[in-house]
Design a protein around this ligand. Structure first.
Ligand code: GDP
Ligand code: MG
Length: 655
């Protein structure tokens, strides 16, 4: 595994040496600088691996198995967990240091008010909210609201101690770290936690991100999860052996299904954890088939699924280190079917048995290995570009005097022609395409929402909530409606995030197309100039509205259609209500999408203008630099012998 990091470091070294060679050559300073910067990036390179999955799917256990030690607390049932990042130690943060970044007070307040609203209670401040808590009838809390109650209780309990720290950060040790992860009254105040920890994984520059469960109550986590889904180098989705997929799992996977085509390569891995629970190989295959089927309904085809026992894998790692405690040894024997008294199974063998070895091999090969290769190739491409320019200059300097004079005359004109061609290229059609793409994508967003309407409706208006057992039907219906509105706006916000990412890719393609169009122009006038490739821009995902632009009251007449549960579930009452709601939902959904379209339109038109201006400038600079170098070569102001030596030394970096 260490070879990968070494490869990056070696490529960075090559870049630095090549950069050092060309920095003194007239017309190559910028290229030298770009190479230097790329070398810095390679050295500081991090691969981000994000773990997703429901609470108690075994994310933390899986992370421990990957790191080969009991680093993260394996938690029974926290609901308010923060994001934990396990990262390589640095000079500032040595091994074992933990940095806890606490939420802003405003953010805590928002979370609290939001959770309070689930119980129909409202307040104007954090303190006010907490004093409302005793109004909640604990016996009446529905299961979906329980995590919110737990969260509110945790805030109440922890606030006195944490209040003064909010908005800041704490540096703590591993012991305190565990209480921050496992204790609700502390965890609920952490925005994220960074653990600086040295192990074979982090030594490769891999950052492991343990996200809170997909069913986290924290609304902001959806946005954070999206950023990780988008930017992580690998996404690992963990499910617990035979647990059903929750609605939250499905929402996450649907989002993954929406955006997976924008990934440069398939970076998704699906882990069926606790595979040790399988009674037989057939049963295991059955579970895998079930997972595959679920993924397919979320638009994820041909997934890479790995059955793994995180526990067995960790036990194997502990055995390897000779750190297997007596109780652990008992489980190890059980898992490896080794009788009492018989010699223990060698660690490597158990690691294989756990399924972890197969996963690690595939993961390293398909992701980290490949990413390393891409980075190394890009570095070599940059050196090659420098070499091409350098040899062109060399050729010019070596030519006879008459030829040089003739070339010089031609070069002046070539420079201004190249610049004119770059300026003349019209980008209007590109901009029109971008607008068209946005409109088309958003048209389908609306379409898809109504394709899903039935599913969302059934989920909200379900028999478990609409039960005639003495509860107020009016209130229950109200709750169903609120649920439906929430899930529609959630779906739309997710769609707009996905659309942002699709547009980002579209813009990138346009940028690359522009550079290659300019390259064609430039090539006619400056044969030795290869333009630097287009560099992708990171596009910020905007915050989209969390609610539909409509009031609950607008749907009261529709709810009036409800007669009783018998009519609703056994006759056509349900169909009628659904049709009525679907009709009334058209306008607010269209309005929501229109607002989103406006937001995206503004954002991307600004991005487009900036992109064109910046890229055009970059090309102009490259042209001018190139001709500066060319004139220097033609004027023989360069030392031919030295230039020749430089060509050879840069060539050596390409071997
Ligand atoms: N049998 C078995 N149980 C596991 C395995 N991995 C995790 N668990 C159990 O699943 C529960 C949740 O694990 P945890 O890692 O905290 O899940 P998280 O909430 O996703 O981080 C714990 O009780 C673990 O002991 C495994 O490989 N086999
Ligand atoms: Mg966990």
């Amino acid at each position: 595994m260490n070879q990968l990091r070494d490869k990056l470091v070696a490529a960075a070294e090559r870049l630095r040496r090549a950069s050092h060679e060309i920095v003194s050559v007239p017309g190559m300073q910028q290229q030298a600088q770009a190479m230097q910067e790329r070398a810095e990036r390679l050295t500081a390179n991090r691969f981000t691996v994000a773990l997703f999955g429901a609470f108690s799917a075994g994310k933390s256990s899986f992370a421990n198995a990957l790191m080969g030690d009991l680093v993260l607390p394996v938690s029974p049932n926290p609901t308010t967990a923060a994001i934990n990042k396990i990262m390589p130690p640095s000079a500032e943060h040595p091994h074992g240091t933990v940095r806890v970044v606490l939420k802003q007070r405003d953010a805590v307040e928002q979370d609290v008010l939001r959770s309070l609203a689930v119980f129909g209670l409202h307040a104007a401040s954090l303190e006010g909210a907490l004093s409302e808590l005793n109004k909640i009838d604990v016996a009446q809390i529905p299961p979906t609201a329980k995590p919110h109650y737990t969260f509110l209780k945790a805030v109440t309990k922890g606030l006195p101690e944490m209040d003064t720290h909010l908005g800041g950060e704490l540096i703590v040790d591993m012991q305190a770290f565990k209480s921050f992860v496992a204790k609700e009254e502390k965890a609920c105040f952490a925005e994220y936690i960074e653990l600086f920890y040295s192990c074979p994984l982090t030594d490769q520059g891999i950052v492991l991100v343990d996200t809170p469960g997909a069913d986290s109550i924290n609304a902001r986590h959806t946005g954070v999860a999206f950023e990780y889904m988008k930017n992580a180098d690998a996404v690992l989705f963990v499910t617990y052996y035979n647990h059903a997929f929750s609605q939250a799992d499905r929402e996450f996977l649907l989002q993954m299904g929406r955006v997976k085509d924008t990934f440069e390569m398939d970076k998704m891995f699906f882990i069926v954890n606790a595979a040790d629970l399988a009674a037989s190989e057939e049963e295991l295959q059955g579970v895998i088939a079930h997972v595959e089927k679920n993924l397919l309904t979320c638009g994820i085809r041909l997934p890479r699924i790995y059955p793994v026992s995180s526990q067995t894998a960790l036990l194997a790692r502990m055995h390897e280190k000779g750190k297997l405690a007596a109780s652990a040894e008992k489980v190890y024997r059980q898992r490896t079917q080794t009788a009492e008294g018989a010699p223990l199974m060698p660690a490597e063998e158990a690691f294989k048995l756990s399924g972890m070895a197969a996963f690690e091999t595939a993961f390293l090969r398909f992701t980290i290995d490949e990413l390393t290769q891409i980075a190394v190739n890009a570095a070599m491409g940059e050196i090659r570009r420098a070499y091409d320019t350098l040899t062109e200059f060399m050729r010019m300097a070596q030519s006879g005097e008459d030829e040089r004079l003739a070339r010089k005359e031609a070069a002046s004109k070539a420079q201004s022609d190249a610049l004119a061609a770059v300026a003349a290229l019209s980008t209007a059609s590109y901009e029109r395409d971008l607008t068209k793409e946005r409109e088309e994508l958003l048209y389908y967003v609306k379409q898809r929402l109504f394709f899903r309407f039935n599913e969302l409706f059934n989920f909200a208006f379900n028999p478990a909530v609409l039960k005639e057992d003495g509860r107020s039907m009016k209130q229950a219906l109200q709750g169903c409606l609120t649920d439906l509105l929430r899930s529609i706006s959630y779906d739309l916000a997710q769609e707009l995030r996905a659309t942002t990412l699709r547009l980002e890719k579209f813009l990138s393609k346009q940028g690359a197309a522009l550079v290659s169009a300019w390259q064609k122009d430039v090539h006619a006038y400056a044969a030795g100039l290869t333009l630097a490739p287009y560099q992708q821009r990171q596009v910020e995902t905007l915050a989209f509205a969390e609610e539909l632009p409509v009031s609950v009251e607008a749907f009261q007449p529709a709810l009036g259609l409800f007669k009783n549960t018998k009519d609703f579930f056994e006759q056509d009452g349900k169909l009628k209500l659904r049709e009525e709601l679907e009709k009334r939902m058209q306008e607010p959904v269209a309005a929501y999408v229109a607002t989103g379209s406006e937001q995206l339109g503004e954002q991307f038109s600004a991005l487009f203008s900036e992109m064109v201006a910046t890229e055009r400038n970059r090309v102009v600079e490259q042209i001018n630099e190139y001709f500066t170098g060319l004139f220097a070569a033609l004027d023989m102001t360069v030392d031919l012998e030295e230039l020749g030596a430089k060509v050879n030394r840069v060539a050596a970096e390409l071997e």
